[in-house]
Design a protein around this ligand. Structure first.
Ligand code: PMP
Length: 454
């Protein structure tokens, strides 16, 4: 028989058939709602990514509270996906629900700020250390704006990213190393510009390649997650960021850290937890407690250059911003989230439970001698289909197997546990308890038994 990642593939296929049948049987109401939505929604869902789950049709949500999702058929699922991080502080967190209910009754958007604006600026400074902030609705937009500001402020055109990165649908980042050659990602739709003209890509943890690229003197900024999370997780090697920061500074580029996922490491992200000193920082997804919000900040030095670029530009459209960015509702949501949820006291049990989960997964993988490993980044962890943690995007990408991932996710879902549809990510929120973690581990055991023994 043939094996994939230590799994007998004929057994996996047989299990898949059983799990698909079980899902259909278990979710009649989801199936009929999903059929109804096919008529007037393209792809049958509000966003086509919602079909990226390994389910035969899209599961329909009735409500989501804390760590629980109740689906349309009335099952309660323990949610370790948490909206792929948007709900990392739990679904419908009370403090945010109250803050936005109160603000909604007093106006949602006016293209003006109020008291919350100054307070939110102070909160972001206190959390992340950077001095000057602006807001967007999504992390994608925040990254796009930072890149535009830094190109304008530096007069340099090029962006440097790490191979296998993801920073939202900002076009510029979709360049991969294919056999060492920068290549535009072929899955991009409707993209007509040559992205390789202004995007430079090197492997993560490769200081020599980083230095060689920076030495040309044309890189405006390096945009990076402090630890990669979007091609599977890749941690920086000891000393990588210290050396990289020095190189970036030496060559006059700016370092932008995208903390949208690594905010799982603590109230100031990986940056604060590890004492990094970026020139700019982006964070989106959970910063509004689930409401669409994102923020980006600059150091005082780069903020001065950015402001100068704006003040000396011809009057007219800057091409940066959207009408609802920084709206009254968003500011109220971020104020509540940063002051009440992004605190050391809220994070401490999340980090401890995430450690328990990662250790528990390791034990179960080792018991079956599967060639898999587990990586943890604060409240986020992930199992990967290789024996040792990957050192860069190429190694991490080689370990992805969407067929096997989808099978495991579907089998977990049928047993009441939900993990992220993209690779094998699991997040802990403030409402996750030790019992929930144990439930995931027991279910994981159960699914591995079905996979390994048929
Ligand atoms: N940055 C990072 C690191 C991300 O992981 C993502 C989304 N996965 C984004 C930015 C984009 O977030 P959004 O889709 O909310 O714009």
């Amino acid at each position: 028989p043939s094996f994939r990642h230590g799994i007998r593939w004929d057994r996996a296929q047989a299990l898949l058939a059983r799990e698909v049948a079980a899902f259909v049987q278990r979710n009649p109401r989801s199936q009929s709602l999903s059929q109804r939505a096919q008529k007037h929604l393209m792809f049958g869902v509000p966003l086509h990514w919602m079909n990226d789950w390994g389910t035969p049709f899209a599961l329909q949500v009735a409500k989501a509270q804390g760590v629980d999702i109740t689906d349309a058929d009335g099952h309660t699922l323990v949610d370790f996906c948490l909206g792929d991080t948007g709900a990392m502080f739990g679904h419908a967190p009370t403090v945010v629900v109250q803050a936005i209910a109160q603000q909604a009754a007093q106006g949602m958007t006016a293209m003006l700020g109020g008291e919350d604006a100054a307070v939110v600026g102070e909160l972001f400074h206190a959390h992340f250390g950077l001095t000057h902030w602006q807001f967007a609705m999504t992390a994608t937009d925040a990254n796009r704006y930072v890149l535009r500001w830094l190109r304008a402020a530096s007069g340099r055109k090029k962006l440097l990213v790490f191979n296998g990165c993801y920073h939202g649908t900002i076009e510029d980042v979709f360049v991969d190393l294919v056999d060492g050659v920068p290549t535009q990602r072929d899955s991009l739709l409707g993209q007509v510009h040559d992205l390789t003209a202004h995007t430079v890509v090197v492997e993560f943890n490769d200081l020599a390649a980083l230095e060689a690229a920076l030495a040309k003197g044309d890189i405006a900024c390096v945009l990076a997650e402090p630890a990669m999370t979007n091609i599977g997780m890749v941690l920086p090697e000891p000393g990588f960021w210290e050396a990289a920061q020095t190189l970036i500074k030496k060559h006059g580029a700016a370092l932008v850290l995208d903390e949208t996922h690594t905010i799982s490491c603590g109230p100031g992200g990986y940056t604060r937890a590890q004492g990094l000193q970026p020139d700019a920082l982006v964070v989106g997804k959970p910063v509004g407690g689930g409401l669409p919000c994102a923020a980006y900040g600059f150091s005082a030095e780069w903020a001065a250059r950015v402001v100068h670029a704006k003040r000396t530009a011809p009057p007219g459209h800057s091409g940066i911003g959207t009408t609802l960015s920084g709206n009254l509702l968003a500011m109220a949501a971020m104020r509540a989230t940063l002051s009440e949820l992004m605190t050391p006291a809220v994070y401490a049990p999340m980090l401890a439970l995430s450690h328990t989960l990662a250790e528990g997964l390791r034990t179960r993988i080792a018991q079956r001698r599967l060639p898999w490993c587990v990586t943890q980044l604060g409240a986020r962890s992930e199992f990967q289909f290789r024996t040792t943690p990957p050192r860069n995007g190429s190694e991490a990408g080689d370990a992805l197997d969407s067929d096997l991932e989808h099978l495991i996710h579907l089998a977990l879902l049928n047993r009441g546990v939900m993990i992220t549809p993209f690779h094998n990510m699991m997040l802990i929120c403030p409402s996750t308890t030790a019992a929930h973690v144990q439930q995931l581990l027991d279910t994981f055991d159960n699914v591995l038994d079905a996979l390994c023994h048929g």
